[in-house]
Design a protein around this ligand. Structure first.
Ligand code: HEC
Ligand code: HEC
Length: 283
């Protein structure tokens, strides 16, 4: 975004600042393939002080974009789910094993996506799904790790999401995960960049408003990874975080950085209760 344009954007945001209603979210219902209803609006989890209702980004998109997500034949993200199934079944690495050899059908992983990022006791850290794939690849398959948010990793995220579609996001924020969650929360409310804008300035205080031609959502990640029509590619959440931070003209963090793992946990927890939608379709 050009600096001048963004200055105008801030002026607009400032003018419309005390706008806390569920403005702009439409009343449509997301039903995939005619039979799978997704929870796209629900009561905010208790830890959220400033919102009563949480709403999926799907409600802020145009009807044509929404429709693409309602049928797997129209959803361009599903092509990558198919590619990930091939990867799932393909032996790789020095042990000659595939994901399927140990985990069975991808459907066996239903329920995994909704609880990630998750504390891993042995490693003593909060892990995203992609960190977990690499643990399996390196330590159980003798294969190379996937680069964070690279195609095979994001496609695998799409597969893991697709088998959990409709299940409510339910990440744990207490116990050993609490410290990481606090770090993510602090980031969410930190003003970044020349524009001094926090995630909350846009996605908590101004969702429902327009920023240039873009209809601001709550910035939820229940739909990730998302197929973006603008880039015609499947995008992981860290990629999206980077784009948003870059738009504030700030230095951004690396995908895979401890900061983004913490931010992912926190942002995921803001969507506790929304249905897993991935791969969702957005513009
Ligand atoms: C040799 C067996 C083996 C192979 C091959 C393997 N995994 Fe795993 N995987 C495991 C075991 C065992 C665990 C549980 C480890 C733990 O919880 O710390 C696990 C855990 C996971 C989890 C987390 C599940 C949860 O409930 O938290 C994911 C996701 C995962 N694997 C994905 C993959 C993917 C993707 C591949 C292929 C690229 C793969 N695994 C290959 C054995 C394997
Ligand atoms: C200058 C305003 C602005 C700021 C600041 C901002 N974003 Fe965004 N963000 C947007 C816009 C515009 C979009 C695209 C429309 C939408 O979904 O809201 C977007 C989209 C997103 C999405 C995709 C939502 C979906 O359903 O696909 C996520 C996730 C997100 N932002 C997270 C963040 C996080 C986390 C931060 C803080 C690090 C942040 N954003 C900061 C403007 C902003």
């Amino acid at each position: 975004m050009k600096y001048k344009t963004m200055t105008a954007v801030i002026a607009t945001l400032a003018l419309s600042a005390p706008m806390l209603s569920a403005g702009g979210a439409d009343d449509d219902t997301l039903i995939i393939n005619g039979d799978l209803e997704i929870t796209t609006k629900t009561a905010a989890p208790d830890h959220l002080e400033n919102l009563d209702e949480i709403v999926s980004g799907w409600h802020f998109r145009a009807d044509e974009t929404q429709a693409l997500e309602m049928d797997d034949f129209d959803n361009p993200g599903m092509i990558f789910v198919d590619q990930a199934i091939d990867t799932w079944n393909a032996p790789e690495g020095s042990e000659g094993k595939s994901c399927a050899d140990c985990h069975g059908d991808p459907e066996e992983m239903a329920g995994v996506r909704p609880v990630y990022p998750k504390w891993n006791e042995e490693a003593g850290e909060v892990r995203t799904l992609q960190m977990q794939y690499n643990d399996c690849r390196v330590n159980r398959m003798g294969a190379e790790p996937w680069k964070y948010d690279s195609k095979p990793a994001v496609y695998m995220d799409a597969l893991m999401s697709s088998v959990s579609r409709g299940m409510p996001v339910d990440v744990a924020i207490d116990g050993p995960a609490a410290e990481t969650w606090e770090q993510g929360k602090e980031m969410y409310y930190t003003r970044y960049g020349l524009l001094e804008l926090s995630c909350a300035n846009c996605h908590e205080q101004n969702y429902g408003n327009y920023i240039r031609a873009d209809h601001l959502s709550q910035g939820q990640i229940n739909g990730f990874p998302t197929y973006r029509l603008n880039s015609a590619s499947l995008v992981g959440s860290h990629d999206r975080f980077r784009g948003c931070i870059r738009d504030t003209r700030a230095e951004t963090f690396a995908a895979d950085s401890p900061e983004f793992v913490a931010l992912e946990l926190y942002v995921a927890s803001r969507g506790n209760g929304l249905g897993v939608e991935g791969p969702a379709v957005r513009n």
